[in-house]
Write a protein that binds this ligand. Structure first.
Ligand SMILES: Nc1ncnc2c1ncn2[C@@H]1O[C@H](COP(=O)(O)OP(=O)(O)OP(=O)(O)O)[C@@H](O)[C@H]1O
Ligand SMILES: [Mg+2]
Length: 244
């Protein structure tokens, strides 16, 4: 049986796709079978981050429109055993998907240990469709006031759409946040969103480098933080370091 996890945020560019790709990689490396569904309608990117774009023919849109068998649009990520991807649709109209994404997740429920849904930014229809099948939401924020306020709203919307479990991921944390203010700023971020924290990921150029090269993230400080989040998702009691 799969655990269905959506990676989401209010604001764009917080690192949802990077976190989804790296977490999927980390869990696959722990021996799990992981499916990533790119739900960024019309703006696919997980295929590039994971280096599978050259071989794609079908995508999520083809599945949701019943234009192909499900298996035809599931691509294995060659460099990581146990990691699979359904690329995002080329169309932007999430409305036409209706409840089909929920049906797709139900159909795949026994085939994967984890299904990650990479949601689009914002709280429009694309967000609703992407979050609805999920049991757990990882809300990715960067430590800035706008992002924190948006995440609070995202938490409310998630409840409205039936996603009861929410966890906060603070991404792109800079060393300077600590240099001047100790952990005070970080606590403000956490209090501002009132969601249980599951991990803090430092800003790390390895994230961009691996995306540019289409090679899943496998080294550096961000990768280490992601590995700790993967362990927590697996139910392990791993401490969250409060300094970088
Ligand atoms: N921890 C990190 N350290 C450094 N750069 C990062 C980190 N996380 C993400 N990035 C970079 O930030 C940019 C945005 O990341 P990403 O595309 O994953 O965000 P997103 O939330 O999925 O964006 P969108 O809302 O457009 O879907 C990318 O260039 C990515 O490489
Ligand atoms: Mg994205």
């Amino acid at each position: 049986m799969s655990r269905i996890i959506v990676v989401t945020s209010g604001k764009g560019g917080t690192g949802k796709s990077s976190v989804a790709a790296a977490l999927g990689t980390a869990l696959a490396k722990r021996g799990k079978k992981v499916l990533l569904i790119d739900c960024d309608w019309g703006l696919r990117c997980l295929d590039l981050i994971l280096g599978v774009s050259g071989e794609m023919v079908f995508d999520l849109g083809d599945i949701l429109n019943s234009d192909c068998e499900i298996s035809k649009a599931i691509y294995s990520v060659d460099s990581v055993e146990g990691l699979f991807l359904i690329p995002a649709p080329t169309f932007t109209d999430a409305d036409s998907a209706g409840d089909n994404l929920k049906r797709l997740c139900r159909a795949l429920y026994n085939n994967f240990d984890y299904i990650f849904i990479d949601s689009p930014a914002g709280i429009e229809n694309g967000f609703r469709v992407a979050v609805s099948p999920a049991q757990l939401a990882l809300v990715v924020v960067t430590p800035d006031p706008v992002c924190i306020r948006d995440a609070e709203r995202v938490g409310e919307m998630l409840k409205e759409y039936g996603v009861r479990e929410h966890r906060l991921v603070i991404n792109k944390l800079k060393k300077s946040v600590f240099r001047f203010d100790g952990t005070a700023d970080l606590d403000k971020v956490i209090d501002g969103v009132s969601m249980q924290l599951i991990g803090i990921i430092p800003e790390d150029k390895n994230v961009q480098h691996s995306a540019v090269r289409g090679i899943p993230l496998q080294k550096g400080r961000a990768c280490a933080a992601i590995n700790r989040i993967a362990a927590r998702i697996e139910g392990e009691d791993v401490l969250i370091p409060r300094s970088l």
